[in-house]
Design a protein around this ligand. Sequence first.
Ligand code: MTE
Length: 316
Amino acid sequence: MLIKKPDDIRSSEITAQSVYLDRRRFIAQLGLAGAAAGIGLQQVVTPPEACAEQQIPNLTKSPLSTSEKVTPMTDVTHYNNYYEFSTDKEGPAELAKNFRTQPWSVTIDGAVAKKQKWDIDSILKFAPSEERIYRHRCVEGWSIVVPWVGFSLSELIKRAEPLGKAKYLEFTTILDPRQMPGQDRNVLQWPYVEGLRMDEAMHPLALLCFGMYGQTLPNQDGAPLRIVVPWKYGFKSAKAIVRIKFTEKQPINTWNLSAPNEYGFYSNVNPNVDHPRWSQKTERRLGEFFKRKTLMFNGYDQVANLYAGMDLKKNF
Ligand code: MTE
């Protein structure tokens, strides 16, 4: 994001990513062959990256899903932006594997009738779990299609009983440098903070997310609770949330604080507004070679009315 230009990413990183994943598959196959040749079945069925994800029962399919081809799970779970663990895309999968997500609670405060602390298990019972297949585009120019699991963020907002003066939501990630080595570095100001306007947060597409590919979220993808806002660049979708504050004023989000001329508050996917250092007209799906055109609001036209009359070049 701040550190690398997409030119670098295009020529080295994204190509390197596919090579990297192919290499992983190759090594995995070698491992399987080796194991089959005599190391023992026990080792074959328990690969080192096997973690504590659990199957989520009774998933309903969401009509909000795209029918596009889903990105392979290994790609989505081994090419991550999660600066609390690493600035390398391949780092979080390994560095987050022992991250503790139990017990976990989320503090609800600010302009709400009932300030409270919700345990993660009670949040998960707010509504039936849905599988929602969304396009997700990173500001750096890569994109993925993921079957997320969760339900609309509005389900939580309703239960928080926001006061009339609550105009925004501020999401804060856990601050725990003992578990998150990246928080010892000043690459960003910690904890990671993101924000949404109330009407954006109430839009049915805004997802409170606790799973992907039918299972609980892998740590590197934001376990145990994150948001997914599919019409915005990926950095708006904060991971490992421990606090949701309802505010009167627009929150200051971490990337905006870090580079205000590069990362705005709104950060809607917009092919007509270039990043100061690169074009946003095209993107590359993980695992694909050719680029595709980036769509306004990432193709989620149903949110356009949220921004009627706004200058989206100014409010980038
Ligand atoms: N949330 C936290 N707490 N820390 C981060 O570094 N990175 C963001 C977003 N949420 C980030 C975060 C960025 S830049 C992107 S593109 C997405 O997470 C990536 O989500 P994924 O790794 O699940 O694909």
